[in-house]
Design a protein around this ligand. Structure first.
Ligand SMILES: [Zn+2]
Length: 439
């Protein structure tokens, strides 16, 4: 499901008192832990909103949460043993405080916390995120030089939801987050088996990742395509079929504007140019061009995947669909979203629970991806160099117009002519027509 995708801004609390609407006594129903590579999330289930204090104590490192006016449910579920950032969990009742929960840390971590209101099967929750203390090291993105030929095409596979966000839930209790992770892993196997391709899993376990982190991961890996895998949910059990989505044009341009408004993004490479030294109008134009190019590529890739997936499954709509979705808003990586069927449809839930069907879907998605890149191979990739029929060229990061002309053995002027280019600027993701080779 799409509506559950959202970014949130954790509220950082340093010995601060957080006031909430209700002052009724609250019962603590339990505590759940999700251990991810970037953070550990602890979720405390509550019967009512609470006031709480959160602070850090050292030697040994621990996070203390005092929940006022609360009692611990006798049946409260507490995880016994925790690996990763937590070495222990303790709780106790004190008259003056309420309930104190202590999270023992195995290494220094920075906590942030926020309260969540009831949604779906979940009630009131207090969420505590623990991020490793040393997180400010810049991530060295592998910069690929144009001369570094025959690189793999990188496909980022994003299994939707995860952790405390289950996504849609089937009649038999199947969680979308579980099914889509299984499909994603099979898709990775399929793509890795294709020569000249490499797949990366944005989410590899049962933990939640905010949207921004999903995009960042894909960008760090210099992904050529971002595929988000989901399963649909709908109150009417009859709803069925697979879908492939790309972003609507309107959402694309408003996201581009938002993205540009954040000066932090200016120093990032968009379409191969930095924007921080450009004035707003020029920056907007450049970003827009880059976004249009990746929108075109998204549409092409989405169409191929939709075609391919329709050969193994019943599709919800006859063609590619457009939607306004935050998961598809990366300005410079072509992105598509695949709904692998309706988990709320009994037949499809049953099918999605079989490995054979999941593999069939994964093969079909991989087939669509291959078909797209056969026709639009990014320059410098193994696939591009072996694609004899390639008459067009999708510009990758780090490429120059003269480099592209050299690669295809065409004159620079001819390359500029057939593409109506007045200067030597090229944008990542833009598709260049190639003139016939020099005689
Ligand atoms: Zn979903």
């Amino acid at each position: 499901v799409l509506r559950l995708i959202k970014t949130f801004k954790p509220v950082l609390l340093w010995s601060a008192l957080l006031l909430s609407a209700g002052a009724h006594a609250s019962q603590i129903g339990g505590l759940r832990i999700w251990d991810g590579p970037d953070k550990t999330r602890a979720v405390i289930d509550l019967s009512a909103p609470v006031e709480y204090k959160l602070f850090i104590l050292t030697s040994p490192d621990r996070v203390v949460i005092d929940l006022e006016n609360t009692t611990l449910d006798d049946n409260a579920e507490m995880p016994d043993l925790v690996d990763g950032r937590l070495s222990g969990i303790r709780s106790g009742q004190r008259d003056d405080i309420g309930t104190r929960i202590v999270l023992d840390l195995s290494r220094p971590a920075k906590p942030s916390s926020f309260l969540l209101k009831p949604v779906g099967e979940y009630g009131h929750r207090l969420v505590i995120d623990l991020v490793d203390e040393i997180t400010n090291l810049p991530i060295e993105a592998p910069i690929r030089k144009a001369s570094e030929s025959e690189r793999d095409i990188i496909v980022a596979i994003d299994a939707g939801h995860g952790g405390e966000d289950p996504g849609a839930i089937g009649g038999k209790g199947t969680y979308e987050k579980d099914v889509v992770l299984k499909v994603s892993k099979l898709l990775k196997v399929e793509i890795d088996e294709m020569e000249g391709y490499k797949a990366i899993l944005v989410r590899s376990g049962d933990y939640y990742l905010p949207h921004q982190q999903r995009m960042d991961k894909a960008r760090e890996q210099r992904a050529d395509l971002f595929i988000s895998i989901h399963a649909d949910g709908f109150p009417d059990k009859r709803a069925r079929g697979t879908s492939v989505f790309v972003l609507t044009h309107r959402r694309a341009s408003s996201e581009a504007a938002k993205w540009l408004a954040d000066r932090n993004n200016r120093s990032d490479l968009v379409g191969g140019v930095t924007l921080d030294d450009k004035d707003d109008t020029l920056a907007m134009v450049l970003l827009d061009l880059s976004q249009s190019a990746s929108m075109k590529a998204s549409t092409d890739a989405g169409t191929r995947v939709h075609e391919s997936i329709s050969s193994v499954s019943r599709t919800h709509k006859k063609q590619l669909e457009r939607a306004s979705m935050i998961v598809l808003t990366s300005p410079d990586i072509p992105s598509i979203l695949v709904e692998t069927g309706f988990i709320t449809n009994p037949d499809e839930e049953k099918m999605l629970n079989t490995k054979a069907y999941r593999r069939k879907l994964a093969k079909a998605i991989a087939g669509g991806v291959e078909s797209f890149f056969q026709n639009n191979p990014p320059a410098g990739t193994w696939v591009a160099l072996r694609s004899s029929s390639s008459k067009s060229h999708v510009v990758s990061r780090g490429e120059t117009l003269s480099g592209i002309a050299y690669r295809y053995d065409v004159a620079l002027t001819a390359l500029k002519d057939v593409n109506n280019l007045s200067n030597d600027r090229v944008l990542v993701g833009s598709v260049l027509r190639l003139p016939s080779s020099n005689p």
